[in-house]
Design a protein around this ligand. Structure first.
Ligand code: B16
Ligand code: MG
Length: 214
């Protein structure tokens, strides 16, 4: 293992609660029922695909123009919430884990579907922490497609088999496997037992990565 590619939302930080709040606001406005379980289906998938899932849940058809407007409104609410982010919102143990992985000689990357990745990393004080950042701005198809992780490996100059992905979303696990990478999970995906490794906390990564290298 030569590199670890971290998902952002739900792994490095808990912005997932802001996505939930913003989508709930949109769903409520449309009279569509929305809860945590539906929200879990939005993890890792793009903004537009998330909206399509919500509309499908409400069996509601709207024009492409209205979809763009709804997605724009959701992002406005989400961005306003992101203004409150500080380094305190980094997931527990993440910085220590990243530092130890780097000290052990691993390359580190971000692999996120979010177009807000640069802004979030900036707010968290993590903008200069990674060797590569692959996000919603440089891909044409979001998770479960493997593109975001393949691009991250390419940026690092490594083969897929040399990279381990860290994910909280089922869509992200599928993307990692499609990319030919092993996947260590936290959160929702770990609870579902979807990963090659299912962790209670991100710090368990040290055992996984360093032991594999022995
Ligand atoms: P944005 P990740 C994903 O981030 C989120 O999990 C998903 O809920 C969101 O729809 C997607 O980013 C796009 O985000 O609207 O900010 O472009 O988990 O891949 O880091
Ligand atoms: Mg995620």
């Amino acid at each position: 293992m030569k590199a670890v590619i971290f998902d952002l939302d739900g792994v490095l930080c808990t912005t997932d609660k802001y996505h939930y709040y913003a989508w709930k606001n949109i769903a409520d406005g449309l009279g569509i029922y929305f809860d945590e379980e539906i929200n879990n289906r939005l993890r890792g998938v793009s903004r537009m695909e998330s909206l399509n899932i919500i509309l499908e849940c409400g069996k509601l058809e709207v024009s492409e123009e209205e979809k763009l407007e709804l997605a724009k409104r959701k992002n406005k609410i989400y961005r306003r919430l992101l203004e409150n982010l500080t380094p305190r919102d980094i997931s527990e143990g993440a910085v220590e884990t990243i530092d130890k992985l780097r000290a052990a000689g691993l390359k580190l990357a971000v692999g996120s579907s979010s177009k807000n990745t640069p802004f979030i990393l900036e707010r968290l004080g993590l903008a200069n922490y990674f060797d590569a950042i692959s996000d919603g701005n440089n891909i044409s198809r979001s998770k479960p497609y493997p593109e975001v992780f393949l691009k991250a490996a390419q940026m690092l100059g490594l083969e897929s088999g040399e990279c381990l992905v860290v994910e909280d979303a089922l869509s992200g696990v599928v993307a990692a496997h499609e990319a030919g990478m092993l996947c260590a999970c936290v959160g929702d995906a770990a609870k579902a037992g979807a990963g090659d490794y299912n962790m209670r906390s991100i710090s368990e990564l040290l055992d996984i990565v360093l032991k594999r290298g022995e």
